[in-house]
Write a protein that binds this ligand. Structure first.
Ligand code: UDP
Length: 472
């Protein structure tokens, strides 16, 4: 048993987006089951969404029954609850850049003052601009939680090199291979994150990025939701700069059933429908929680799904084009689909992709979706839309060969959609993808085993934190 006097108390603050909240919650539970006291802070908006969807007022109530010391608090992100953050993304980002830190400062200050268990650590999402300032003010260890691949972290980390070499922020960016980033043998400029390929590099997201990846260099520890064997060179190059621990994939202990509610929207039941479909016959289609696409792409994908004659579950968020343009499907589409397809605004994704009927995933390529799909050995068609999804695509398609491209950066057409769905779901290429993804799944499984890399790294992290607390 660990000496409870030495057990750290961490305040944990996930970035207020669905794909960041999910792994943060599971990390919180994992840390708590290893003796940490956790005070988890969601924004009031995230809390409002999750409690509306699940009915849970205190999302950790169930986890606490297992003896975990997880406290729960909320803080304002600076905007009213009813504000449409999807429609007004830039205003939301401005608020997170300029206003949120004042609320966090106040909340952390109150917790530090009131807690009988001294607060020792701050675990904040890497995308926050204020972490080092708040950690320093309250004398907390500064831990940065990175929810994307290490490759993406290292590219942002070395923004100065990309700039110096003319692959970013020059009037005419170079388009040849990038081969000078530590831990990255080679990457094409078209595989960089969307923000590094943009022509306007003064947007609010850019201003956040510039601050964030300067601030992360002050972190005492970086935790990554990735696996060492998947990105060995990148992890080791980062580790030479700062203590970096690959501890992924961070899933709930029972993969398909979490004790903590994390979904920001009500999950429509797909399981009964999937139960009626043959094994491996269903394509799951989802573009995550956040990215938008245009009406043309949705229409072409809809026609492609119809023409492919494949069964499908399609998560179509009402705001997928924009929350003020919710009429995007071709006229009569749902009638034509009949029982071959199920269209839902949101679902329990892990439940769908782990169902035996699901045989493929047409995805935007969010990192959680990729990890979940690998865990279920479901190969992917990648249709990147934004941010790290372009870089994730490279890992999935070019490096690990567990997926294919939808349209290779060209315009989406229904014919292309049909062709790619068929390649993914049936035939020799499909078998090869399935073989490869099983190998990657094995690698993830091994990493999580008792003597696996992620488990070892996690335990090492805990030891290092305790030493650092004692020696400060
Ligand atoms: N998700 C879900 N239901 C849906 C769509 C997505 O539960 O209908 C979950 C999915 O399992 C994943 C997360 O939402 O854990 C999305 O994260 P990801 O990194 O894949 O994409 P993002 O939303 O951040 O773009």
């Amino acid at each position: 048993m660990a000496d409870t006097h030495q057990n750290p108390h961490a305040i944990m603050i996930p970035y207020p987006l669905q794909g960041h909240v999910i792994p943060s919650v599971h990390l919180a539970v994992k840390l708590a089951s290893n003796g940490f006291t956790i005070t988890f802070i969601n924004t009031q908006w995230i809390h409002h969404q999750i409690s509306k969807a699940s009915g849970a007022e205190d999302i950790f109530a169930e986890a606490r029954k297992s003896g975990h010391d997880i406290r729960y608090a909320t803080v304002s992100d600076g905007l009213p609850l009813g504000f449409d953050r999807s429609l007004n993304h830039d205003q939301y980002a401005e608020s997170l850049l300029h206003v949120f830190s004042a609320h966090v400062d106040e909340a952390v200050g109150e917790i530090v003052k009131a807690s009988a268990t001294p607060v020792t650590c701050l675990i904040a999402d890497t995308f926050y601009v204020w972490t080092s300032t708040i950690a320093k003010k309250y004398k907390l260890l500064n831990m940065s939680f990175w929810t994307e691949p290490a490759l993406v972290l290292t590219l942002y980390y070395h923004l100065d090199l990309l700039r110096k070499n003319g692959h970013f922020a020059s009037s005419d960016n170079r388009d040849d291979t990038i081969d000078y980033i530590p831990g990255v043998p080679a990457i094409e400029p078209t595989d960089l994150m969307s923000y590094l390929q943009a022509s306007n590099i003064t947007t609010v997201v850019h201003r956040i990025i510039y601050k964030v990846f300067a601030d992360v260099k002050k972190a005492d520890f970086i935790l990554c939701n990735t696996v060492q064997e998947l990105e060995p060179e990148t992890i080791s190059a980062l580790h030479q700069k700062q203590p970096t621990y690959a501890i992924g994939p961070i899933f709930p202990a029972n993969f398909t059933k979490s004790t903590v509610a994390t979904s920001m929207w009500s999950e429509l039941d797909c399981i009964r429908w999937l139960d009626t479909k043959p094994k491996g016959s269903v394509l799951y289609v989802s573009f995550g929680s956040y990215a938008h696409t245009n009406k043309h792409d949705i229409v072409e994908i809809a026609h492609g799904l119809l023409l492919s004659e494949m069964n499908f579950v399609w998560v179509l968020r009402p705001d997928i084009v924009s929350s003020v343009d919710t009429d995007f499907l071709p006229v009569g589409f749902e009638d034509q689909v009949k029982d071959r397809g199920l269209i839902v605004p949101w679902c329990h994704q892990i439940g769908v992709i782990s169902h035996p009927a699901t045989g493929g995933f047409l995805t935007h390529g969010g990192w959680n979706s990729i990890l979940e799909s690998v865990w279920c050995s479901v190969p992917l068609i990648c249709f990147p839309l934004l941010t790290d999804q372009f870089t994730n695509r490279k890992l999935v398609v070019d490096d690990w060969k567990i997926g294919i491209n939808l349209c290779d950066r060209r315009v989406v057409t229904r014919d292309k959609v049909v062709t790619k769905i068929k390649i993914l779901m049936v035939g020799k290429a499909s078998d090869e993808l399935r073989n490869e993804i099983k190998k990657v799944r094995k690698l993830l499984e091994n990493a999580l085993a008792r003597d696996g890399s992620s488990e070892k790294n996690f335990n090492q992290f805990i030891r290092d934190v305790k030493v650092k607390i004692q020696t400060r």
